[in-house]
Design a binder for this molecule. Structure first.
Ligand code: ZN
Length: 310
């Protein structure tokens, strides 16, 4: 964080970074293709030295038309993207040194919305899948078919299992990307819908012997069943998804002191977002702010896309 704050110590430094993301080969005026501009760091605009056209590098990002300084957006996004296990509005307020809680809450809320991304590619390869109860009794998984108790939600989860060789050449496994989704019950219909939505057809899915993972639910997939004798030992049969569930529960309890079922899915989305980008914090940071060097900006009035230069 200190390194990040040093790199983005001023609004001008943040704007320069935005320019490098947007115009990978340097600033280009959308009107006259001039390549030289003045920076007005108070108004966040570049003024073309040739034609005077003003261009905003924050158009199309989450920061556009916000009265919060670009620098604070940068710091907040970095904290949200990297801080494990998650961050509350109060923590954000303290970390950034913002005067009021409402402003910190607003920043956090806007950044969280950036974590819901529907266009993700599906998981593939070897997958472990299972379900867990959130907010219910912590011991025993009785009544798996029905999430009857109040404030108790059933969550389906899937994780990619990646294999690699350690320093001694022994084969090892580690968790890749994950998906989490609240479901009504663990019947084959809901299980099947979850799997088709989140897992690439043809992948191998490793599950326990639960009847929800029927041939119908898994049509088009390869299935490996690991029968679990004692429920308490389930974590040994599907270690990766159980580790994901266990960390998820710790995070929900520790950071948010439990979550109402109504809001659970958005917290699951946040958890998935951070988990899947745990090795690429700067990519997470850019996604949250809406910065992208490949996609054209959402509002096209102020800016032409980089490709229009030619
Ligand atoms: Zn110009």
């Amino acid at each position: 964080m200190r390194e990040f704050r040093q790199q983005f110590a001023t609004n001008a430094a943040c704007l320069e970074y935005l320019v490098r993301c947007r115009w990978t080969e340097g600033f280009v005026c959308p009107k006259c293709s001039g390549q030289s501009a003045w920076l007005n760091s108070k108004r966040y605009v570049f003024e073309c030295r040739s034609c005077g056209r003003q261009t905003s590098p924050i158009a199309g990002t989450i920061m556009h038309r916000s009265h919060v300084p670009v620098q604070e957006w940068f710091w907040a996004a970095y904290l949200v993207a990297t801080h494990t296990p998650g961050i509350s509005a109060l923590q954000l307020q303290r970390q950034l040194g913002i005067g009021n809680y409402r402003a910190a809450w607003h920043l956090l809320h806007r950044l969280r919305r950036g974590m819901i991304n529907e266009e993700r590619t599906r998981l593939s390869g070897l997958i472990e899948a299972d379900e867990t109860h959130i907010g219910g009794p912590s011991k025993g998984k009785t009544g798996r078919g029905v999430a009857a108790a109040k404030h108790k939600t059933l969550v389906a989860g899937a994780v990619e299992v990646l294999t690699y060789k350690d320093d001694d050449g022994r084969p090892r496994e580690r968790a890749g990307r994950i998906r989490l989704q609240a479901i009504q019950d663990a019947g084959e219909e809901n299980i099947g819908t979850f799997i088709r939505r989140h897992i690439e057809p043809g992948s191998r899915i490793r599950t326990d012997g639960w009847r929800g993972y029927s041939d119908t639910a898994l049509a088009g997939y390869k299935h490996s069943v690991r029968i679990v004798g004692v429920p308490e030992r389930a974590h040994q049969r599907a270690p990766h998804i159980h580790r994901v569930f266990s960390k998820l529960k710790t995070w929900l309890l520790g950071t948010h002191h439990g979550v109402k079922p109504k809001y659970l899915q958005s917290y699951l989305d946040e958890y998935v977002f951070r988990f899947n980008r745990r090795r690429t914090p700067m990519a997470a940071f850019q996604t949250l702010l809406g910065i992208s060097s490949r996609k054209p900006p959402l509002t096209l009035h102020a800016l032409a896309s980089p490709e229009s230069k030619a």
